[in-house]
Design a protein around this ligand. Sequence first.
Ligand SMILES: *Cc1c(COP(=O)(O)O)cnc(C)c1O
Length: 365
Amino acid sequence: MFNPNVQVRPNVKDIEPYKPGLSNEQLRKELGDRPLVKLNSNENTLGPSPMALRAMEHELPKLHLYPDGGSDLVKAAIAEHHDVQPDQVFVGNGSDDIIKLLSETFLDAGDEIVTPFPTFSQYTFGAQVMKAKVNLAPLRADFTYDIEALLAAVTERTKLLYLCTPNNPTGTVLKQVEFDELMERLPEHVFVIVDMAYDNYATDPERFQFNAQALKRPNVCFLHTFSKLYGLAGLRVGYAIGNPEVFAYVHRVREPFNVNRIAQVGAIAALSDFEHVKRSQALALASRRQYQALREMGMYVVPSEANFVLVQVGDGMRVFEALRKQAILVRAGFAGLESYVRISFGTESENEVCIAALRKVVAQV
Ligand SMILES: *Cc1c(COP(=O)(O)O)cnc(C)c1O
C-alpha cells in the first residue's frame, strides 16, 4: 500500500501543483477546429526563430549522441552576446530549471527567501521543495517596486531574494536607482536573483539594465530565457549570468545533460536571428499601443514593459471563462489579482479579436 502521509515528504504534499495556461493539445480537445486565440502563456505569436528551426533540423541525425554536458558552445555564444566570460554563464533546461537548481544549491529547511508579490510562482515553488519559508514583499498599489518592503522582509535566515523585471504578471519594472539602493542596503548574506525573462521587450530608459558594474557583485545573478522573445518555449533553454564561483556549486546539483542537443543548437542560432528578434520586439511595441484601447473603455491597463498586459476587468475568472467560450485564452486567477486578467500579446488581428470580445464581456459581467 502507498501511504503518502507516511512516505511522502510533508512539504511535497503541501506543494500546489503548477497550473499552466492550457496547452494547444488540451484546447484542441475542448474546442475542436475552431480558430484559437492563445494569449495565455506569453509565448511568441510569431513562432520560433526560423534560423533556429533550420539549425535544429540539421542536428536531428545526431540525436543518438549525448549532448555536450557543459553546453560549452551555448555558453560561448551567450558570453559573446552579453560581452561576458563563458564561465560567467550557466545554461539550464529553461530558467525554471535554474530556479530549482539555485534553490537546491542555497536552501535548507528553515531558510528563507524573499520575493515580490505578486510575481512568478516558480520562486516559491523552489523554496517549498527545499522546505524553506517564503517572505512576500508586496509591490505598491500601482505594482511598482517597493524597496522598503523588500528590505523589511529580509531576516538573518534570508538566503535568496528574487527580483523580476519586467515583473510577471504585472509588466512593471525595477528602476536602476532602486536596484542600486537595494544592493547598497541589503545584508551581504543575501544572494540576489534578477529574473529578466522579458527585459528584451522593455524600453523604459530608467529601468534596471544588465551591465558590467552589476556583475562585479559576488552575490547576484541574472536570469534570461529563450522562451519568450526567441519563440522557443517548447525547446526549454534558459541561462544565468553571474559569479563563476557560485555556478561551480550549481553545477554539482544539475543533471549531467540538462540541456539537450537540439536545444543547444537552436539556442545558438536564435541568438543571431536579428530579423526575428526585431520583428518580435516591434510587434510587442505595437501591441502595447493597441491595448490602450481598453483604457479608453475605462479599464485600468497596467503600463507594461513586457509582451503582455495586466488589465482590471471586474471578476477576472468570469471574464476568463466568458472569453474561453469564444476560443480566446487569457490568464486569470493570480493570487492577489482576482479582478485582473493577463493578456499575452498576439498578432494585430488576434489582439483586435481579444479587445472586441473584452469590450462586450466586461459590459455584461
Ligand atoms: C516565462 C518566464 C520565464 C521563462 O521560463 P523558462 O523556464 O525559461 O521557459 C522565466 N521567468 C519568468 C518571470 C517568466 O515569466
